[in-house]
Design a protein around this ligand. Structure first.
Ligand SMILES: [Zn+2]
Length: 87
């Protein structure tokens, strides 16, 4: 990676994090949760998920996690420690 690319990447990172800061993870009891897989990917379009019987859901480390899709749930179950740890 050359210096120009590095500067560009850094600027993009600042721009992304500056424009869209990650909202705090809601408490487990909240009706609206975050898809931690999308949070990890900074994919804000489907970050927020409602807790409904149809929502993909997994239990790990004594707490429940909710996901925007079955894909995200599968990804979480492959590496749950990567997503459940606090950023
Ligand atoms: Zn997701």
């Amino acid at each position: 990676m050359n210096t120009g690319t590095l500067i560009l990447a850094t600027a993009a990172l600042i721009l992304i994090s500056g424009c869209a800061p990650l909202p705090p993870i809601p408490p487990e009891s909240a009706a609206v949760q975050q898809c931690l897989v999308c949070r990890n990917k900074r994919d804000f379009s489907c970050l927020t998920v409602e807790k409904t019987p149809a929502t993909p859901h997994a239990r790990y480390g004594g707490r429940d996690y909710w996901f925007c899709s079955e894909n995200c749930r599968c990804e979480f179950e492959k590496r749950p420690d990567q997503f459940s740890s606090k950023p």
